[in-house]
Design a protein around this ligand. Sequence first.
Ligand SMILES: [Zn+2]
Length: 157
Amino acid sequence: MSEPRWIADEMVGRLARYLRFLGHDTEYARGLDDDEIARRAVAEGRRLLTRDRDLARRVPGAVLLTARDIQGQLRAVRAAAPSASFEVAFTRCTLCNALLAPWTPPASGPWPREVPRRGGGPDLLVYACVACGHLYWEGSHTARVRREVAAWLAAAE
Ligand SMILES: [Zn+2]
C-alpha cells in the first residue's frame, strides 16, 4: 500500500493542513496558475484536490471536491484513497509538509517557551520539523483535531 500524495489548490488550504495532520504528503499550491498546478501534479505523481471542475478535468486522477465544508471534503478524500490512514500522525509539518523527527530537549540553555514541561519533560514526546523547525507534541490541540476528524468522518452524508 503506497501512501497517497496530494497537491491541493489554493481554495482548499484548510483541507491541506488537516491532511498533513494525518501524515499525508500534501503540497499546497498557493500562488500557482492552473497550468503549473497541472504540470506539477503529473510531474510529481500527486493527485490533485480541487474545487475547480475545469482544472479537475485536465488532470488525470484529480479529486473534484464538491463540498464547501471541511467535513465533506475530507470524506471525499477518504473515498478517493480508501486504504490510506485517516488517523492523526506526527509525521509531517502542517505548515510546510516536511517530515518531523523526534526532538531532543536542549541540554543547557532555555527551554522553548511554547513547549509545555510535563513533570520535567521526559514523558512528553516532542517532534520538530526538519525544514522549518516548528515543534509538535501531544496536547489539547491534537486531542481536538483527533476528535474533529473522527466526528467528520463518522458523520452521515
Ligand atoms: Zn515545517
